[in-house]
Design a protein around this ligand. Structure first.
Ligand SMILES: *[C@@H]1O[C@H](CO)[C@@H](O)[C@H](O)[C@H]1NC(C)=O
Ligand SMILES: *[C@@H]1O[C@H](CO)[C@@H](O)[C@H](O)[C@H]1NC(C)=O
Ligand SMILES: *[C@@H]1O[C@H](CO)[C@@H](O)[C@H](O)[C@H]1NC(C)=O
Ligand SMILES: *[C@@H]1O[C@H](CO)[C@@H](O)[C@H](O)[C@H]1NC(C)=O
Ligand SMILES: *[C@@H]1O[C@H](CO)[C@@H](O)[C@H](O)[C@H]1NC(C)=O
Ligand SMILES: *[C@@H]1O[C@H](CO)[C@@H](O)[C@H](O)[C@H]1NC(C)=O
Ligand SMILES: *[C@@H]1O[C@H](CO)[C@@H](O)[C@H](O)[C@H]1NC(C)=O
Ligand SMILES: *[C@@H]1O[C@H](CO)[C@@H](O)[C@H](O)[C@H]1NC(C)=O
Ligand SMILES: *[C@@H]1O[C@H](CO)[C@@H](O)[C@H](O)[C@H]1NC(C)=O
Ligand SMILES: *[C@@H]1O[C@H](CO)[C@@H](O)[C@H](O)[C@H]1NC(C)=O
Ligand SMILES: *[C@@H]1O[C@H](CO)[C@@H](O)[C@H](O)[C@H]1NC(C)=O
Length: 476
């Protein structure tokens, strides 16, 4: 209760005089999961430290976008009781990422006490559990499932051409060179790793897994022997080189398919904010560092070498729609700018801040909406058909009409050549909708139900947020 009162007190503070004329119309956040156990020792779990990082970062974004007294308050967004039409959240089927998302959302819209009460016809007042705890459903994104249990970066993209391209890195001369020049460094780590990596695996080939094991141990394990700071730094730089090269390569854009898909989702979502006149306002996607790196490469951020490094746990990037026009309502597209911001790690109100960075190799941190659209479209993937083509996949979800496993909804699909929304729905039908993972798992257990999956690509057809209603089917 004390927390709630504090929040209410903060929310009721008078607007600061320095309130700028700028209006924030909407935003898209891509959020990395929090601190977790090592990927090399699956199943990987979010730690309490990670839970706190996500909760605090969610609370930071509450103070930035939700709180009515914030200068960056998203115009018209509900400031205490969540309005589910204004906000969407999504995460892949991955324990660490899903739970990180829940923790973030707890901080984004904290419990509201009795403000969320409800009076029934017969006069009885109903209070929601856990002091007005707010429930925000999380949709599913297709790529990235089980990513935190996988050490091979491209394994969860499911994109054939991206996997082939990433694999090519291992045949490049720069890889071979590092493999041999670092061989003694990695061999020297045998005692630090205490057999969690076989001695034949002690090489640059496992640069990420090895650094990750030691990094996790350096945070959590009081009895582990950790190499010196200088060696740890060297291992991080090597792991960054390894992972960035698997995630992005300027001559083979498909390697960055995770960033292409994200760019498409950001574009679609921000455009929806504009075209709906601001009905949808905030979209949050939870994910892993690979997507950050891929986007950094595609958007020209990696010209700054810092953006070739893996963002640390609970990092955030956000795209804001801003305008200087006065008045209310959605201004014309020509008056809207996009601003990209990034923060490396847990954001805490008052101590660390998001920083704006220019996209696409430009110098301005704000670019006109139309220019953002044009530049993003150069690499964004916005439909399943485009994805299938770019990935060179033709089976599974990419075998458009002859998909026997998608009978249930195929009656709705149109036969037009393009990617109809109904087809997107069919594709989405393969993906489980992750509404409140815990409850869902329970329902599945109790009723032996299977939920219809909704991918983020399929969300192109997401007319209204009410379409997230789970469709139950009998499991086989
Ligand atoms: C229920 O909520 C309404 C609106 O926030 C408030 O006015 C009312 O006092 C609350 N009732 C109780 C019993 O908490
Ligand atoms: C009012 O309705 C609710 C829900 O049907 C029920 O649980 C409750 O006992 C009712 N209260 C009274 C006073 O009838
Ligand atoms: C695409 O093709 C690759 C390689 O054949 C396969 O592993 C992957 O599962 C396919 N992706 C989808 C979504 O069907
Ligand atoms: C791109 O990848 C190819 C093959 O993996 C490699 O030979 C080339 O050096 C890479 N280019 C850059 C800029 O890293
Ligand atoms: C290495 O791990 C084993 C368990 O796998 C443990 O028994 C042993 O004490 C560890 N060695 C060191 C040096 O910590
Ligand atoms: C901590 O490090 C020791 C020594 O390497 C190892 O034996 C142990 O398994 C580690 N504990 C955890 C939880 O990883
Ligand atoms: C934005 O949405 C409108 C209405 O749905 C559509 O006509 C337009 O093509 C979209 N623009 C982009 C860049 O996606
Ligand atoms: C890279 O990050 C370091 C540490 O935060 C900072 O000192 C440096 O200025 C950054 N470099 C660039 C080019 O932004
Ligand atoms: C974020 O921090 C990590 C670890 O220090 C570093 O490797 C990476 O370059 C940083 N990213 C940016 C954009 O500063
Ligand atoms: C709003 O005004 C500020 C300060 O003059 C300027 O930097 C910014 O680019 C303007 N934003 C838009 C969307 O025009
Ligand atoms: C697909 O449709 C056919 C004909 O309508 C039906 O016989 C078959 O059982 C369906 N398969 C599945 C997996 O629903």
């Amino acid at each position: 209760m004390a927390i709630i009162h504090t929040l209410l007190a903060i929310a009721s503070l008078p607007l600061a005089d320095l309130a700028s004329a700028e209006r924030v119309l909407g935003a898209y956040i891509f959020q990395r999961h929090g601190d977790r156990t090592a990927k090399g020792l699956p199943p990987t779990k979010l730690t309490d430290l990670g839970y706190n990082q996500e909760y605090m970062t969610g609370n930071f974004f509450h103070e930035r976008y939700i709180s009515a007294s914030s200068q960056n308050h998203i115009e018209g967004i509900s400031s205490s009781v969540v309005n589910l039409a204004q906000i969407s959240a999504s995460a892949p089927q991955d324990t660490v990422i899903q739970i990180s998302g829940q923790a973030f959302l707890q901080g984004l819209y904290p419990p509201v006490g009795s403000a969320a009460n409800e009076t029934l016809r017969n006069g009885t007042t109903v209070y929601s559990p856990l002091s007005g705890y707010q429930l925000i459903p999380m949709g599913d994104v297709q790529s990235g499932s089980s990513s935190e249990d996988n050490t091979w970066l491209q394994s969860t993209s499911e994109c054939n051409n991206a996997e082939v391209s990433s694999n090519d890195y291992f045949y490049s001369s720069s890889y071979q060179q590092l493999l041999s020049s670092t061989s003694s460094l990695y061999k020297s780590l045998e005692s630090n790793l205490n057999n969690t990596v076989s001695s034949s695996g002690l090489s640059f080939k496992n640069a990420f897994t090895i650094w990750d094991l030691l990094n996790v141990a350096s945070i959590h394990n009081a009895s582990a022997s950790i190499p010196s700071d200088a060696v740890m730094e060297e291992l991080l730089v090597l792991a960054n080189t390894h992972e960035f090269n698997l995630a992005y390569n300027s001559s083979e854009p498909i390697r960055a398919v995770a960033g292409m898909t994200l760019a498409g989702e950001v574009l679609t979502s921000l455009n929806k904010t504009i075209s709906s006149g601001g009905k949808s306002k905030l979209n949050i996607q939870f994910g892993a560092y690979a997507t950050f790196l891929a986007y950094f490469g595609l958007a020209g951020l990696s010209n700054n070498v810092n953006f070739t490094g893996m963002p640390v746990y609970a990092s955030s990037m956000t795209w804001e729609l801003v305008t200087n026009t006065s008045g209310t309502g959605m201004p014309s597209e020509s008056d809207i700018n996009v601003r990209f911001l990034f923060h490396n790690g847990t954001s805490i109100e008052g101590s660390t801040e998001l920083e704006a960075y220019p996209l696409f190799g430009q110098s301005d941190v704000e670019i006109p909406w139309t220019q953002f659209v044009d530049s993003t479209k150069k690499f964004a993937i916005t439909s399943q058909q485009q994805w299938c083509q770019a990935c060179g996949n033709s089976t599974g979800i990419c075998s458009s009409t002859s998909d026997s496993s998608s009978n249930a909804s195929s009656s709705k699909s149109s036969s037009s050549g393009g990617m109809s929304l109904a087809v997107a729905g069919v594709i989405g039908a393969m993906v489980t909708l992750g509404v409140l993972a815990g409850l869902t798992a329970l329902l599945l257990l109790v009723f032996n139900l299977r939920l219809v999956r909704k991918s983020t690509l399929a969300s192109l057809g997401r007319g209204s947020e009410t379409s997230i209603t789970p469709v139950a089917e009998k499991a086989a």
